[in-house]
Ligand binder design. Sequence first.
Ligand SMILES: [Zn+2]
Length: 159
Amino acid sequence: MTVKGVTSRVSCAACKYQRRKCTSQCVLAPYFPANQPKKFQNAHRLFGVRNIVRILEQLDDEDQKADAMKSIIFESDMREKFPVYGCVECIFYLRQQLQIALQELQYVNAQLHIYRQQQQHSSESSVNNGRLSMLPFFSSTEAESISQGITYSDFDVSN
Ligand SMILES: [Zn+2]
């Protein structure tokens, strides 16, 4: 339906929250769809709608705008989930995961080195007398306690 050349549309979450008419020029509409009001409320609480609009106005490039909004929305959602540390909680978790992965890689490389030496030795003496134990570097309970009960789904912003 068109009235005076303006297509009527469903107000975005930002306009709905501010009780104003959402026009085709609304800069927030692409990032805050009407069916995700929580997303806008989180971003508004942390940054304030004026600051979000100001950030968008400073950027010319659509890709940069999209990246900025992705960052704003992620930070806001994390702040809602972890009121004290916000994004830092996520950074700590990923850093721990990286540390575990690096230690595991180090262990696997050490094992590989031992196997290579063993193989070299056995081909020289043509006696294959050894099997090294292949214990996992971390048991699942250790890995769980390291991640302190934070699950990856905590950082999933798709919902
Ligand atoms: Zn709008």
